[in-house]
Design a protein around this ligand. Structure first.
Ligand code: UDX
Length: 437
């Protein structure tokens, strides 16, 4: 079986490598020539554990190909997956120009029956527009070729992308023909051999499921952040509260961790886009508006605690950040809390020392040399007036507190992910502040 996947971002590259791993012959297409050249050498543009090895192996064994031209491989394939970006427009709605460009290109070059699958996160109604764009091009060419569109949103998480793709909780596929249904079943059966969990729906529902899932997860986080802030005010411990409510099977224990706000390429963008879609239909999504507002506040929670500690006078203070990425196991800094925090610290006149196991280059690319990029976690705390923990990397879990304490000017820790134990920190000689405890 042969397929093409357009877009070699997170979703496209991981899907391509994983389909190839199952024996499908995959061509990954991207308009970025340099990216394609790098991929052929096994150089992966993103940090994702295990991905480089899987890409290189499948490329060498001839199941994974790279190309800058969809037209070069389209006559060979049974399906074209579109996994190009849908960045937020200025008003928060998803920008569909890349998705529609791919559709036009498919229409321009296809010459046999194809299933055109949208994997990018796109608002309800996009598949219909993809279909219209393909048909428009076929009409221009005076060709009468059958095709189907399908919607197959992706739920993989950065940092565990391969694991998530190889053994998904479920696969969601929106289809409107038996042909497309059969093809998607064939493609996904190897991933779900013993427990086939492909949920087939109509296309608009499949498009909606992705937004609803991400919005629900973001809601849980903002809800817990709100509860955590209240816990501090009433003297409760949010960790105990989290365990207490999470053991109710109706609630469940996942995604109840309070912290210094959610970031990444999905939650912020998808929550905004769903609010926008609803607004266009004249329906205000009040819960999601609050989810977003709480998250904006939460991204400032560490800065505010620090600022309150120093009575609003941070001028000239040296502040350390452990963690820049929006979460552990990635170098991704999209919508990361660190960016908001660094900006606030610099505006307040602080000197900022940062360390992250993977995101140093990404940070330099974004903000240049306005902060000091430390060699390691201990270099980062040298002469520091406070340590802010922003990302829950394993590398930060068990430092030598003795070394940290001696290197700091004042031993204070603000833990934005609740990874340390308050009594341990006190015993190690630190003033310790966390979220909701
Ligand atoms: C998310 C969804 O999980 C995934 O299904 C979808 O396909 C894409 O969006 P991702 O953005 O990779 O994946 O990250 P995720 O691990 O879900 O974390 C998102 C953010 O929420 C991070 O900033 C994380 O720190 C934060 N988070 C997560 C919390 O603050 N508390 C939690 O309990 C869980």
């Amino acid at each position: 079986m042969k397929i093409a996947i357009v877009g070699t971002g997170y979703v496209g590259l991981v899907s391509g490598a994983c389909f190839a791993e199952m024996g499908v012959e995959v061509t990954c297409v991207d308009i970025n020539q340099e990216k394609i050249e790098q991929l052929k050498k096994g150089i992966i543009p993103i940090y994702e554990p295990g991905l480089d090895e899987m890409v290189l192996r499948n490329y060498r064994e001839g199941r994974l190909h790279f190309s800058t031209q969809l037209r070069d491989c389209i006559s060979d394939v049974e399906a074209v997956f579109s996994a190009v970006g849908t960045p937020p427009d200025e008003d928060g709605s998803a920008d569909l120009s890349y998705v529609l460009n791919v559709a036009h290109e498919v229409g321009q070059y296809m010459n046999h029956y194809l299933v055109v699958v949208t994997k990018s996160t796109v608002p309800v109604g996009t598949a219909a527009r993809v279909k219209a764009a393909i048909q428009e091009e076929l009409d221009k060419r005076g060709k009468n070729i059958e095709f189907d569109v399908a919607s197959n949103p992706e739920f993989l998480k950065e940092g565990s992308a391969i694991k998530d793709f190889m053994s998904p909780d479920r696969v969601v596929v929106g289809v409107e023909s038996e042909h497309a249904r059969e093809l998607m079943t064939k493609l996904y059966r190897p991933f779900l051999l013993n427990n086939f969990r492909v949920i087939f729906t109509d296309i608009p529902s499949a498009e909606m499921i992705k937004y609803a899932a991400n919005s629900m997860l973001a809601t849980r986080i903002s809800f817990m952040n709100d509860i955590a802030n209240l816990c501090e005010l009433v003297g409760a411990d949010v960790n105990a509260v989290r365990k207490g409510i999470g053991s109710d099977t109706r609630i469940g224990s996942k995604f109840l961790y309070p912290g210094c706000g959610y970031g990444g390429s999905c939650f912020p963008k998808d929550v905004k886009a769903l609010i926008k879609t609803a607004e266009q239909k004249g329906y205000p999504m009040k819960v999601l508006q609050a989810v977003e507002a709480v998250n904006e506040i939460q991204k400032n929670v560490l800065f505010n605690k620090l600022n309150a500690y120093y009575n609003g006078d941070l001028q000239g203070k040296t502040i350390t950040l452990w963690g820049l990425a929006f979460k552990a196991e990635t170098d991704d800094m999209r919508e990361a809390t660190s960016l908001v925090t660094i900006k606030k610290l610099l505006e307040a006149g602080c000197k900022v020392r940062v360390y992250d196991p993977a995101a140093m280059n990404e940070c330099r690319r974004r903000i240049g040399d306005s902060v000091y990029y430390a060699q390691d976690i201990y270099d980062a705390t040298l002469g520091s007036d406070a340590l802010l923990l922003l990302t829950e990397w394993k590398q930060f879990r068990l430092p030598s507190w003795e070394v940290v304490r001696r290197s700091m000017n004042r031993p204070i820790v603000f833990d934005g992910r609740n990874i340390y134990d308050p009594s341990d920190m006190q015993a190690a000689g630190f003033e310790y502040f966390s979220i909701g405890r």
